[in-house]
Design a protein around this ligand. Structure first.
Ligand code: DGL
Length: 273
């Protein structure tokens, strides 16, 4: 039999589709409901109070769709408010920070790890704190790369301009001799090839979306809520706005056609935080 309820995945917008893409690869039997808060993106520049209110509403929307487990695909949410959010709900809520942290610690040889993300993620200090909690004496070099989000959405995934921007942001990490880099933002897996090109093969680049998908597989199994039933499965996508070029951008992030897309009215989930 198994548990046919969907996995709920949310993000501030389109970026979380990189996480959906990996979860679909690893869990082909699972139904998925995705919510992208495209009307209120970006979260990465907002204050913790506002991010918490938005994330609570996003989760309430998914609960309304009877999900069995929630994945906060947004690194900003996972870094800034996840620990707090988890305490408010009875169902499992997984973030994208822990899986990247675990993979980086498993892979580093010189204990010098770089982390890149939005300003909100980097300023929260969560990656650094979690890495240091798990391994004493580790060196963490963090860098906000705010231009990476618009570049990825614009589809500038290679070329001189993109390489130059990547070099400028990443040269401080290169100078500090990191051997492992955590991509701490939903959008950065699209830039992985150019990031890897700039670093060469001296640095191991961790794709948090892939690591999160592995964690989801393990957790579903551990709790015993996998869906073992064969077809048909559904992947339903909800957003709070459909901005220009959304379909095209979404399909680039998801890596396949974006079907079953619904724009919702967020009012019923609006409340005073
Ligand atoms: N999804 C966000 C993250 O992973 C990036 C976009 C935003 O700033 O909302 O941090």
């Amino acid at each position: 039999m198994g548990d046919i309820r969907p996995i709920g995945i949310f993000d501030s917008g389109v970026g979380g589709l990189t996480v959906v893409r990996e979860i679909i690869k690893k869990c082909p039997n699972e139904n998925i409901v995705y919510f992208g808060d495209t009307a209120r993106v970006p979260y990465g520049t907002k204050s913790p109070k506002v991010i918490e209110k938005f994330a609570l509403q996003d989760i309430l929307f998914l609960l309304d769709r009877h999900v069995k487990l929630v994945v906060a695909a947004c690194h900003t949410v996972s870094s800034v408010v996840l620990d707090h959010l988890v305490q408010n709900f009875h169902l499992p809520i997984l973030g994208v920070v822990e899986p990247g942290v675990k993979a980086a610690l498993d892979i580093t040889k010189n204990d010098r790890i770089g982390v890149i993300g939005t300003r909100g993620t980097i300023q929260s200090g969560t990656y650094e704190r979690k890495l240091k909690e798990k391994r004493n004496g580790i060196t963490v070099i963090s860098q906000a790369c705010p231009l990476f989000v618009p570049i990825a959405e614009e589809g500038w995934l290679e070329g001189d301009v993109t390489e130059r921007i990547v070099e400028i942001y990443l040269s401080p990490l290169q100078k500090q001799g990191i051997d492992t880099l955590i991509l701490g933002c939903t959008h950065y897996p699209l830039l992985k090839p150019v990031i890897q090109k700039v670093f060469g093969d001296t640095v191991h680049v961790i794709d948090s979306a892939e690591e999160t998908a592995k964690l989801v597989t393990r957790r579903l199994k551990l709790i015993g809520i996998e869906n073992n039933q064969e077809e048909p499965i559904r992947h339903d996508f909800y957003v709070s706005d459909i901005p220009y070029h959304f379909q095209e951008i979404g399909e680039r992030f998801l890596g396949t056609k974006l079907e079953s897309l619904t724009c919702i009215d967020f009012e019923p989930f609006d409340f005073k935080a």
